[in-house]
Design a protein around this ligand. Structure first.
Ligand SMILES: Cc1cc2nc3c(=O)[nH]c(=O)nc-3n(C[C@H](O)[C@H](O)[C@H](O)COP(=O)(O)OP(=O)(O)OC[C@H]3O[C@@H](n4cnc5c(N)ncnc54)[C@H](O)[C@@H]3O)c2cc1C
Length: 497
């Protein structure tokens, strides 16, 4: 199959009028936005450097409306971008000029919580944290906990296969979602997975989770709930060198321990956070690790002891264990507020999301230090160390085009180092529009063609969130032509146009 060219629908007045007239028959007035002052708030997601005002925004509140909207857009060949809370950091929910934003914000009902099967059925616009809040009365919770969990929706989490602090032990979204109900671009309702332990047929649930809104629009999700642990304690371990801290992560896992959370922050990150949250971090350390243990009091005591031993042997200069639940939450609040803290010390930040084998964390952190000098920009590191999922935050001023350009090059350099070290260009934030070029480095033309094949099986007209996540052959050729790394031209097999 030939990879398609990027969508280049021209905004034409006739199509716009037909779309608005059709939508007006499906939705009440208040659920259809088309005036510039109403659509501008949707022009970007969490990756605010990329912006585009859409033709219109639809806010349906039931599945029949979603089906009708998609059928209408399909018949008019109007591209559709599904949207949850718009916290994506990769531009996945960024609109298309000639397209419709389909907001699922009104789908915020928790349909049911079943204590006996420890599951919940929720609509896609339900916030991640709201699921755990609803389950708390049964002493249950939903484990994947992105730092954005107060705002981001389960529909967005499914589409990005989101992770969080506790995913090292309890799994990512894909491990905690049992069933997804969705609508295809042609307006047909489909179901993936099941609430039973297994589902017959090909495992398309795993294909839909992480598909970045390109295969179907999620309208209902069944999630697993797990019992809240009796006790949790977190260790804060200080290191006088980032590489030592990085190596300690591999040592903890290598010792056969899977902590409930294993996160790392370097000195620039703890400094920024401390001013903002007063989390009680060691500001003299070059890096700190936060290692959580949960379970019964006996299990926690034993694991904290073992982890402390490993951390000391790996060179930790100081170890502090949370002594109360408020102190544990304070340690985590610093980590969870690290991105907003970056926003306080810099006009803009650019968050990378590469993943590498844990044993290379120290190597990558040292390379990032060199890159800071090369690109003349500061970077702070705060990340899911146990998963090897790095989140370098490149600090820059978006008003300065040269700084933004250097930030983009810096980001690509980091992601390509991740690939070189045996990792991937994205861990949990998705590809969106942000990492399209880096996908050219990670995947061959044949592999990208297979991705387009899956997309075509769900959405042959290529109207659902097009031009995201999978780069075209032409784009990769262009990137390859411009991008010479360490004197070598990547993918010399690709035709250079
Ligand atoms: C401060 C901050 C911290 C963050 N921390 C984390 C973190 O720890 N871990 C993590 O994984 N991510 C993190 N993120 C990224 C982001 O919050 C997640 O990707 C989240 O899952 C996005 O959810 P959303 O509802 O905002 O989706 P949106 O941003 O609205 O959309 C994201 C993608 O999902 C698609 N989509 C949304 N809803 C649907 C639907 N119903 N059907 C089909 N497609 C849909 C969109 O088209 C888009 O491609 C963070 C973001 C911020 C701003």
């Amino acid at each position: 199959m030939n990879a398609p060219h990027e969508v280049s629908l021209v905004a034409d007045d006739a199509r716009r009028s037909a779309l608005l007239a059709g939508l007006a028959k499906i939705l009440p007035d208040a659920a259809l936005l088309w005036k510039p002052e109403d659509t501008v708030p949707y022009e970007c997601d969490g990756l605010a450097a990329y912006r585009q005002v859409p033709m219109a925004v639809a806010l349906p509140d039931n599945e029949d409306q979603v089906c009708a909207i998609l059928r209408l857009c399909h018949s008019l060949q109007v591209p559709v971008v599904p949207r949850g809370a718009g916290t994506s950091l990769s531009g996945g929910a960024m609109p298309i000029a000639t397209g419709l934003v389909l907001s699922l914000a009104k789908f915020k009902r928790i349909v049911s919580v079943d204590v006996r099967s420890r599951t919940a059925v929720v609509q896609p616009g339900v916030r991640n944290l709201a699921i755990s809040e609803a389950a708390a009365q049964y002493n249950l919770y939903y484990a994947p906990d992105p730092s954005s969990q107060i705002a981001c929706t389960i529909g967005g989490n499914v589409s990005e296969n989101s992770g969080g602090v506790h995913c090292l032990k309890y799994g990512l979204t894909v491990h905690n979602v049992l069933r997804v109900r969705a609508v295809t671009m042609e307006g047909d309702v489909v179901e993936f997975g099941s609430e039973a332990p297994d589902a017959p047929g090909l495992d398309l649930l795993a294909a839909v989770i992480g598909s970045e809104g390109m295969l179907a629009v999620v309208t209902e999700v069944s999630v697993k709930l797990i019992p809240k642990p009796q006790l949790a304690q977190v260790i804060m371990a200080s290191f006088d060198d980032v590489a030592k801290g990085g190596n300690a992560v591999a040592d903890v896992i290598g010792a056969g321990i899977i902590p409930a959370g294993l996160e790392m922050m370097d000195k620039p990150a703890t400094a920024a956070v401390e001013e903002f949250v007063r989390a009680g971090y060691d500001l003299d350390a070059a890096a700190i690790l936060l290692c959580e243990s949960d379970g019964t009091p006996e299990e926690v005591a034993e694991e904290v002891e073992r982890m402390s031993e490993v951390l000391r042997a790996s060179g930790a200069s100081r170890i502090q264990v949370s002594q109360s639940e408020p102190e544990r939450l304070r340690f985590w609040s610093g980590r969870k507020n690290a991105f907003p803290a970056a926003g306080r010390i810099s006009p803009d930040y650019y968050c990378m999301d590469g993943t590498i084998p844990r044993k290379h964390i120290g190597t990558l952190l040292k390379r990032i230090e060199e890159m800071e000098r090369k690109y003349g920009l500061r970077c702070m590191n705060v990340f899911h160390a146990g998963d090897g999922n790095m989140h370098p935050l490149i600090l820059f001023d978006g008003a300065d085009q040269d700084e933004w350009h250097r930030a983009e090059l810096f980001g690509s350099d980091i992601l390509e180092s991740c690939v070189e070290l045996g990792g991937t260009v994205t861990g949990e934030h998705g590809v969106g529009v942000e990492k399209l070029n880096s996908m050219c480095v990670q995947f061959s033309a044949q592999e990208r063609d297979l991705f387009f094949g899956v997309k075509a099986a769900f959405d042959p007209a290529r109207l659902l969130n097009p031009d995201k996540a999978i780069p075209t052959l032409a784009r990769c050729a262009e990137y390859g032509r411009m991008h010479v790394k360490r004197g070598l031209l990547p993918h010399p097999d690709l035709p250079r146009f």
